[in-house]
Design a protein around this ligand. Sequence first.
Ligand code: PHE
Length: 472
Amino acid sequence: MALSGSSPATDGWSSRTAFVLAAIGSAVGLGNLVRFPAEAGANGGGAFVLFYIFCVILIGLPVLLSETLIGRHGQSSAPESVRKVAEQSGASQKWEWVAGLGVLSGFLVLGFYGVIGGWVLDYIWLFMKDLLATGISGPAFQGVPVEEVEGFFPAMISNGPVTVICNTLFLLVTFAFVVRGVSGGIEKAAVWLMPSFFVLLVGITIFGAFRGAFSESVAYLFTFEPEKLTGPVMLAAVGQAFFSLSLGMAGMITYGAYVGRNVNLAGTSAIIGAADTSVALIAGVCIFPIVFAAGLAPNGGLGLMFQTLPHAFQEMPGGSLIGLAFFVMVGFAALTSSIALMEVPTAWLIDKFRLARPVAAVIVLLGGGVLGALSALSMGVLADFHPLGFIPMFEGLGVLDTLDTLTGKLLMPIGAILVAVFVGWVADRRLVDLENGLSGVLHLFFLFLVRFACPLALIAILLAGIFPDLLV
Ligand code: PHE
C-alpha cells in the first residue's frame, strides 16, 4: 500500500508564505469582523468569548490540522482527497461524501456571504461619497440626523435591486481571482490584500484605543459569567469557531491540497488559528470602544457594524476617512474568504467532471449568483418566505438567515465531527503520522482530541444547542 501522496496537483502555492497568507485570508473574513462581534453581543459577551477561545484551541485546531493533512495527502479536490485517503487506508470510499457535504456547505455559505460582501461594497461607496463632500478631517455624515444614518442600513437591505447588484458585483470580483487559478489568482489576492488588511486593522485599533472606553470593552468581552453559558450559547460559539476557521466545509481540505510536501502542517495550522483568533478579538476590542465611546449600547446583530459604527464615525473627527478605511478593510477580508468559498466547489467540478477551470468557475458564479439573489431579497420582497420555517430552529428565518443557521449550527459542526472521526478512526495511522508534523506528547494529544474529545464534545454541544430543554 502506497502511503506517499499521489500525483501532485498541477497548480499550487508558490511558497509556504503564500499558503499561510491564503489560509489566513480564507479564515479571516466577515466571520471575524461582522459575525464575531455580533454573536458576542447577542450571546452576552464574556461567556461566549471565552468558550469560543476554548473551542478554537481544543476543537478547531485539531480539525484544522486534520483537514489540511487530508488535502495535502490527497492533492485533489476535497471529496477526491478523502476518497484517496480512504482507499489507501482500506476503508469505504463512501467517506468521500463527508467532503461532498462540505462542498455543499461551502456553496451554501457563498450563497449568503456575497450578499454581506455586497453590503460592504455599498458602504464603501457611501463613505467615499461622504469623504469627497466632507474632506479628510471631518466627521462622517455632517449634519445628517442620527435616525437617518441608522436608517441607511434598513433602507439598503430592503432595496432588492441594490442588494442584488452589489452581491453580483462582489461575486464577479471573487470570480476574477478564482478563474486565474491558485498561483495566478487566489494567491495574488492573499499576498496583496492580507498585509494591507493588517496595516488597516492595526491603525484603526490604535485609533480606537485612543478614543477611550478601551477597558470597558475588554471587561465586556472577557468577564466570565458562568450562568450565561447555556446550550445555545455554546453551540453559537462552536459554530462561530468553525465558521471563522473555515472548517467543516472542505475549505481547508481544498487549500491543503495545494501545499508542498516540505511544509510542516501542525506549525502552520497553529499560525492560522492564532492569526484568525487574534483578528476576531482585535475586531471586538476595536469595535466596542468606538461604540461605547459614542455612548451606544453593544447590541448584537448586524446592526452593530452597519448602524452603530457609522453613527459612531459621525461623532469623531476624521470619521469620514476612518469609516472608509474601516469598510475597505472589511472588504479585503471578505474578498479573500469568498475566494476560498468559490474555490471549494470550483475545484470539485474541475476534478469530478474534468471541466476547464473557467467553465467550472462560471457554473459556481451563476449558482452562487442565483442563491445570493434569493438571500439578498430575503430582507425585502421575500421577507415572508421562510424556507425551513416548519422546523423550530428555523422558524421565522428568511433565506439568508436560514442558510447561515443551517451551515453554522448544523452542517459545519456535523462536517467537523465526521472529519475528526475519519482522521481519528478510519485513516491509516501511518498516513496520519506521516503528514501531521507532530511528535511526542503533542502527537498523542492530537490523537486523543480527534478520536475522543472533538467528536464527543461536538455531539454534546450540538444536542445541547438544538434541544436546550434537555439540560434543565
Ligand atoms: N472563515 C471565513 C470568515 O470568517 C468564512 C469562510 C468559511 C470562508 C468557510 C471559507 C470557507 O469570514
